[in-house]
Each structure stands twice: as C-alpha cells, then as structure tokens.
Design a protein around this ligand. Structure first.
Ligand SMILES: C=CC1=C(C)c2cc3[nH]c(cc4nc(cc5[nH]c(cc1n2)c(C)c5CCC(=O)O)C(CCC(=O)O)=C4C)c(C)c3C=C
Ligand SMILES: [Fe+2]
Length: 412
C-alpha cells in the first residue's frame, strides 16, 4: 500500500517554481520595462511570510480547529451520504478525507491536484470532521450514537431553515488565506463524489492576522469585541468543559467534542438605531474596548454584583453577558469559536449578515442547551438576532499517524 506521504506532491516544491516565477517577473519588469512573466532558471523562491508558512498539525489526540487560533477564512459544510452509501463507503470516505486533509494542512497536495493553492503555504489550514445524528441511522450504527447527540430542543427565537440545518457529516475548514480554504473545500467535495453530497455550505471570515496592533478578541459585525470570556486552556476545568474524557461515553468519542453550529442573523439596521450607551447596556460591555460595565479593561473579570451610585446594576439584568454567564447557568460553559458571515443584501437593502456561531463543549446538555434556554427567555440581545439554521455534530478525537478520523467508530 502506498504511504499517504508518497501519494502527495510537495506544495512547497511547487512554491519554489511559482515564487521564482514571480520574482523573475518583477526583475524583468524593473530592468527591461516589460511586465514580464518570463522565468529565469535558478531563481531562489521568495520566503513565505509567517502567515503562509504557519501550519497546524493534523494528527494528535484532538482534531485541529477547536482550540486553534481563529483563522481569517472559513467554510462550514454539511454533507449527506448518497442513497446506497453505508458504513463501508463512509469509512472509505473518512480515510480519503483524512489523507487529503493531512496532506493539505502540511503544505502538500493530493494526487491530481487542481493547483488552486499550489503557490501558497498551508496558511494555518485546519480541517475538522464531525458526524450528525442522521449519520448513525444511515450507516447502521444507531446503537453507537452518543446520547449527547440528542436533537437540540427548539427555542422561541428559532426561525430555522431545515434545508440549511443538520446533516450527516460536518466539515469545518479554516485558513488564513482564501484560496487555501477554497482549495481544501473543493478537494474534499471532489473526494466525496459518489459517496456524499453537499447539503449546505456557509462561508465565514474574521480579522486577518496582523491586521491589528492590539492583542484583543475579534470584533463581530455588530462591532462588539467578541470572545473575551471564553474558557481558556489555562483554566483548571477547560478540558472537562470542552472535551470528552478518556473513558467517557461513548468510548469512541474520547478526546472529541460536540459542535453546535447556528447561523445567527444580526438585525443590523435595528442595532444601528441604538445609541452607543444603549448598545453597551445590551451586552454589558463597552463596545469601544470590550471592558465590562462593572469597570476595568477587556480582560477584567465581570463583577455582576456591582452597583451604580443610584443602586442600579452596573451590568443590567438582561445584559447578554449576565444572562449567558456560567455563574447564572449552573456552571454551563462552552468554547465559542465563531466566524462572521455576509451573504449580500436583501432586495429591500437589509444586510444578510451575522455570526456563524460555533460552540464546542464536552456535552451540549451541559453547555449550549441550558445557556440558550436562559438567553431565549431574558437576553436583551435576542431582539437583534434571528437564529436561522441549527446543527449539532459529534466531532471525534484526532487521528494518530496512519489512522483516519472516525476510525474508532467505523472499524470497531
Ligand atoms: C447559547 C450561547 C450563546 C449564543 C447563541 C450567543 C450569541 C451571540 N453572542 C454575541 C456577542 C457576545 N457574546 C458575548 C459573551 C458570551 N456569549 C455567550 C453565549 C452565547 N452567545 C457566553 C457564554 C458569553 C460569555 C459570558 C460571560 O461569561 O461573560 C460577548 C461579550 C464578550 C465575550 O465574553 O465573548 C459578546 C459581544 C452575539 C453577537 C451573538 C449572536 C449573533
Ligand atoms: Fe454571546
């Protein structure tokens, strides 16, 4: 059997040629006054910037793309198995997908590559795979479906589009280069041919690395600093909140996590009509710098008990950060790793824009569900949001070298 490394060509080798061509063109242009594409043989490739050269390991106890720093481009995609595709075909697909993802994330390219990302480095590409509840029905693995994958309850604020919700298989692609991200998406979609078809796709973005001099969380499309009070890997309970432990239930999910994916539209025209002070009070933090209304800077812990001189709460009773706080939800917490989206403007000029909300947790029944129930009842922010799609996926632990993602489920 061919080792997966042998079945790939090095994109860095290609890079040498392409970057050399670019450099040669510039030189020719400067010296000869022509916009040259001519290749001078022997030109050394220009070094990648740190952005293009950065790579995230594919193999490991956990899949990449959960605790990885947010990338600037994302594709979130759900696939459905085609009629007739069962466990055997699904296992073969996961093997093909894992090999392709390993190659691309490490700067290589699969056989028969389309060269879309040929002259780019891996650019922090991550590819994360998951299984939806329907996958277990289609593959005869119902008895191995985790209890934690039970359908999410419905919430009063839901306006869900069934065609863009759920799905058998989930792929999250993140990269700091748009072509690298598209290349990964197209490569995986081609590799799925005959076994699975795209059910829905959502494209997201975040601030590019290097675009700010200040180390602060991302801003979302409402302009808020978002992500500040996420669980941190340095927290004592981080692992148990985000990942299924070894010996957890089911065993094949050890090192895995559950992803709640919701396309949440922002009602930006209504939001923009609020004053700056009103906007701050809806969240409970200052929009300008993300500092809590109880005082301090972005990273100061929120003091929910703090009162204004007139006795009112500094962080209002319906402020988003109060209603969502673990202390108000029996300790429930999740790792939010979301991307903004903008899919143009409706005919009436209303932006189709918002958040591709992605929340990671060891069990959604102790993470997203109780928090969203509470937000559904009393969150000041909910007046400016519409949950348009929803999905829940079991994302297994990472693959060891020579393994594919999901092998423990599909082959034992
Ligand atoms: C069910 C969980 C949550 C949904 C859905 C959600 C949507 C949502 N949130 C923002 C903006 C912000 N959220 C912030 C904090 C925050 N949000 C949640 C949960 C959900 N948010 C939690 C658990 C927290 C942390 C609360 C805490 O412990 O302090 C913030 C403040 C900055 C931060 O800590 O990240 C902002 C801003 C939007 C725009 C949105 C839907 C589009
Ligand atoms: Fe939030």
């Amino acid at each position: 059997m061919m080792h997966e490394h042998e079945s790939t060509i090095s994109r860095r080798r290609l890079l040498g040629t392409a970057a050399g061509a670019g450099a040669a063109g510039l030189v020719a242009g400067a010296a000869g006054g022509v916009a040259g594409h001519a290749l001078a043989s022997g030109d050394a490739p220009a070094p990648l910037t740190s952005l293009g050269a950065a790579s995230v390991p594919f193999h490991g106890a956990r899949q990449a793309g959960i605790t990885t720093a947010l990338q600037s481009h994302a594709h979130l995609v759900a696939f459905d198995l085609v009629a007739g595709a069962r466990r055997k075909e699904a296992a073969a697909l996961m093997r093909r997908w894992s090999a392709a993802a390993e190659a691309m994330t490490q700067g290589g390219a699969p056989d028969g590559d389309d060269l879309v990302a040929a002259d780019a480095g891996p650019s922090s590409l991550t590819v994360t795979f998951g299984f939806g509840a329907s996958f277990f029905d289609r593959t005869g693995l119902k008895s191995r479906r985790p209890d934690a994958l039970a359908p999410l309850p419905s919430f009063s604020a839901d306006a869900l589009d069934a065609d863009r919700s759920d799905g058998d298989l989930f792929v999250q692609i993140g990269a700091d280069d748009a072509l690298v991200a598209f290349h990964a998406l197209r490569t995986l979609q081609r590799a799925a041919d005959g076994t699975a078809r795209v059910r829905w796709q959502m494209n997201g973005f975040n601030r590019a690395p290097g675009a700010t001099a200040r180390p602060m969380s991302m801003r979302n499309l409402m302009g808020q600093v978002d992500g500040t009070n996420n669980p941190k890997p340095s927290d004592a309970d981080f692992e148990e909140r985000v990942f299924v432990p070894a010996g957890g239930d089911p065993e094949w999910m050890a090192g895995g996590s559950y992803a709640v994916v919701r396309r949440i539209r922002m009602l930006l025209d209504a939001w923009d009509n609020l004053s700056g002070e009103q906007q701050d009070r809806v969240i409970g933090r200052r929009k300008s710098d993300g500092a809590p209304l109880s005082g301090g800077t972005e990273t100061t812990p929120v003091d929910l008990g703090k009162q204004n001189p007139d006795g009112s709460l500094a962080v209002p009773g319906d402020a988003h950060v109060r209603v969502a706080a673990p202390s108000e939800n029996g300790g429930a917490a999740m790792l939010r790793r979301s991307f903004s989206y903008h899919d143009g403007f409706d005919a009436d000029g209303v932006p189709d824009a918002g958040l591709l909300f992605v929340a990671w947790q060891a069990d959604p029944r102790r993470g997203f569900v109780p928090v969203q129930r509470k937000l559904d009842r009393g969150d000041g922010l909910s007046r400016f949001l519409r949950h348009e799609t929803s999905a829940l996926f079991a994302v297994p632990g990472g693959a060891k070298r020579g393994e594919y993602v999901g092998q423990r489920l599909l082959e034992s």
